[in-house]
Design a protein around this ligand. Structure first.
Ligand SMILES: C[S@@+](CC[C@H](N)C(=O)[O-])C[C@H]1O[C@@H](n2cnc3c(N)ncnc32)[C@H](O)[C@@H]1O
Length: 243
């Protein structure tokens, strides 16, 4: 994933589903504050910078891809950026604690469940006691892996063996205005995510399956109907249960 993003980072952009489904969900779950500090874990090119700053937070972004981080820095120079690996990043923020940690579409990049647990444990180290972790994942029941298996999607390559085949690799190709974008991810079941959350000492406080906003029905009925068919994304709002 990293190598591909480094090479092709320029074509990665906001998809319609992200725009009309994920962004409204983030608007619902990131509370407006007078002042706060948010870490965008695996921030990519800083797609959510403006939304986060508008909600009143100081923006910190961390990513493993230097190319994407450079783009984020160029796009939003007032952010604070850090190159690092989400499985061992807490040491990079010795004195900094966060009110919110957002992780959008990072977790399926890991091919070991243990790495997902490591990410959560690192998050705990830098989260304020009443802080929240917002995890956004492609809904595993309807993710790209399942599209291939159940919905016959053509742009996914996988040895589909079934929903319960945890850690199964899949690659997919998507056309963006600036070119084609391929990447590899790993399928994890909802149970895997919940187990990892529990093993790291976190609890799920809220679950949102991200229905399309009603306003889309008025503005773009075709897209609304499409996104109303099945949930593409899930937001899990997690809290620390150790403190
Ligand atoms: C699908 S992109 C999502 C980017 C951004 N969160 C967004 O929604 O636009 C996944 C991101 O995870 C980053 N990534 C993958 N593995 C990582 C790791 N171990 N540590 C930190 N970032 C990682 C990639 O470089 C990429 O920016």
């Amino acid at each position: 994933m990293k190598e591909y993003l480094d090479k092709k980072a320029g074509v990665y952009n906001l998809t319609d589903r992200k725009k009309y489904v994920v962004v409204p969900a983030l608007k619902r779950h990131i509370k407006k504050v007078k002042s706060g500090i948010l870490l965008d874990l695996a921030c990519g090119n800083g797609l959510f910078y403006k939304l986060i700053v508008q909600k009143g937070y100081k923006y910190f972004g961390l990513d493993i891809s230097p190319v994407l981080l450079e783009q984020a820095q160029n796009n939003f120079p007032k952010g604070n950026y850090c190159l690092g690996d989400a499985t061992k990043f807490a040491k990079l923020y010795k004195k900094q604690k966060f009110d919110v940690i957002l992780s959008n579409l990072l977790l399926p990049a890991f091919n070991k469940k243990q790495d997902i647990i490591k990410v959560f444990r690192e998050c705990q180290k830098v989260l304020k006691p009443n802080g929240e972790i917002l995890l956004v994942i492609a809904h595993p029941i309807f993710d790209m892996y399942m599209y291939k298996g159940m919905l016959g999607r053509k742009d996914v390559k996988t040895q589909y063996k079934g929903y319960f085949n945890s850690g199964e690799k899949f690659t997919f190709t998507k056309k963006f205005p600036k070119g084609r974008f391929n990447f590899t991810d790993y399928h994890w079941t909802l149970t895997d995510y919940f187990d990892a959350i529990k093993q790291a000492g976190l609890v799920v406080a809220k679950l949102d399956e991200c229905p399309p906003e009603k306003i889309l029905q008025k503005n773009n009925l075709k897209l609304y109907k499409k996104y109303y068919q099945y949930p593409g994304y899930i937001v899990l709002v997690c809290k620390n249960c150790l403190k």
